[in-house]
Design a protein around this ligand. Sequence first.
Ligand code: NCD
Length: 361
Amino acid sequence: EELHVKIPEPTKPFGPHSALSPLPRQRLDSAGNQMYKELFQESVGRASVTQARSLSGKNILSVAMFTMKEQLNDIYNLASIFKARVHKDRPCDDVLKGKVMASCFYEVSTRTCCSFAAAMQRLGGRVIYMDESSSSVKKGETLEDSIAVMSGYADVVVLRHPEVGAMARAADVCRKPVINAGDGIGEHPTQALLDVFTIREEIGTVNGLTITMVGDLKHGRTVHSLARLLTLYNVTINYVSPTALAMPEKVFNFVAQKGIQQNVYSTLEEVLPETDVLYMTRIQKERFESEEEYNATCGLYVVTPKLMTRAKNRMIVMHPLPRNNEIDKAFDNDKRAAYFRQAEYGMYVRMSLLAMVLGKN
Ligand code: NCD
């Protein structure tokens, strides 16, 4: 008995590189038909896994989108390739040639803004800039209108904004992928990705480590994203802060639900000896109600060469930067001081993210 099977047209997500495309349209007998069905199911299964893992065309708004360690491995493998190429002085400017990134920063930035721009340019793409102080935002233009316009000029929009919720508003009107470069006290997903990459590069693994986050855990968006992202690994997380600047309950509960051990301390000395990664943060002065409130909390935790004699020899000190007084400059020459290397890793991770978001599966 001959059967004419109608092989479904690959829908948009299954592009020319998908597992589906090699299967030709053909006449099959019933055995062949059965075999085809199985193959089809299998490849749909595989394609949907690949699809779920792929960042192609996707927004990166929160670390919540990363639910499998494999997704991070994909990002880090590519970041390592870019790192090696840059170190060997081998160009990779063919990767995003002809692509344009819109850099929209409604809040100040040094590293995030410049490393995204450097990443895009190293991949051969170009960058256009827009900020709140020199654009029509001054004339009262809404975020939605500005982003809708930018999405017509660029292939990807990188946005930093002082308000939590701005990313969802922007993504709603943006016809291109939106990457969250920090939303107020909300999240900073690309920072968390580069933080985990830093730990992998510096220590070789993330599993089994004790990570101690110190400082303004209430307003610090980097630690909000990092604590969430670390739940994909087997780690212990310590929090050191004044009670007034404790890790928000929402983040704490999310991490607890994933079965990750979390401990809360008020002094750095007591957790330092067991710490593998000391993640220092700046007290976020701009997010305080009053100067007195800020003054009461700053200067409590300061990394100095003397203090660090209590820490392991094989551990690292990280900081998203900028620092104020929480790490003494005298510590910078210590091999455990990883914060400037961390900033550089950020460029490779952003190269990887841009290549994946703007690339095919
Ligand atoms: C951080 C930020 O903007 O959230 N910086 C960064 O992106 N590397 C940390 C901070 O401002 O303290």
